[in-house]
Design a protein around this ligand. Structure first.
Ligand SMILES: [Zn+2]
Length: 205
């Protein structure tokens, strides 16, 4: 358990160094080894780039909190909870990286943005020549249970990420490193898309 939490602390530090969790935003979680339904998630408040191993709360899918700590849980735990219930990933990282957040806002009416012909779609598991990566996009919702359901409904079994318009990204994977790879790829590809939009006024997909 200590090792899993240390990986999350390190992930938060990396996300902070890239300004992906500004102003105490973001939340990070890891599934407890040996159980498909229990996970540790960062508590509410505080910079996610300065987490310690004490800053995580234990939950059971169904939003049942199992620890006895005083720290307040994040409302966005509800999003992680539904993703664990459906996919049982090893880890989920949520941040507010700028380009993905802007791209999501730009394409929210389409509900997705597609990417083909860019090497880095391999980081999302698309290795074939001509493969098309489809990144799901949902509108932001102030009501977190509504947001959680929207993220779940838009999510695809073949893509470990959902973008939220004007808000950020939920990325997941079999391990913390996989979730981080997905988050990094989404932000890189989003910057590619954004630069295309700036220079050409369109994105060929
Ligand atoms: Zn957020």
């Amino acid at each position: 358990m200590e090792e899993e939490v240390s990986l999350l602390v390190e992930a938060g530090r990396k996300m902070g160094a890239r300004n992906w969790v500004p102003a105490t935003s973001g939340n990070l979680s890891v599934r407890r080894e040996g159980t498909p339904t229990r996970y540790l998630i960062s508590a509410s408040g505080g910079s996610k780039s300065e987490l310690t191993t004490e800053d995580f709360l234990l939950f059971e899918v169904g939003l049942r909190r199992l620890d006895a700590r005083a720290a307040k849980s994040s409302a966005e735990t509800a999003v992680h909870d539904l993703l664990y219930a459906r996919y049982a990933p090893g880890a989920i990282l949520h941040g507010h990286p700028l380009f993905a957040t802007m791209v999501a806002q730009r394409f929210v009416n389409e509900g997705k943005v597609t990417v083909t012909g860019w090497e880095l779609i391999k980081a999302m598991g698309f290795w074939g020549e001509g493969d098309v990566l489809t990144l799901p996009i949902v509108p932001n919702h102030g009501d977190i249970p509504t947001l959680a359901q929207a993220v779940l409904d838009a999510s695809r079994p073949d893509v470990g990420a959902v973008l939220v318009a004007g808000h950020g990204v939920y990325a997941w994977g079999a391990r913390v490193a996989d979730a981080m790879r997905h988050l990094e790829a989404v932000e890189y590809l989003s910057q590619v898309i954004w630069e295309h939009l700036r220079l050409d006024g369109n994105w060929p997909g």
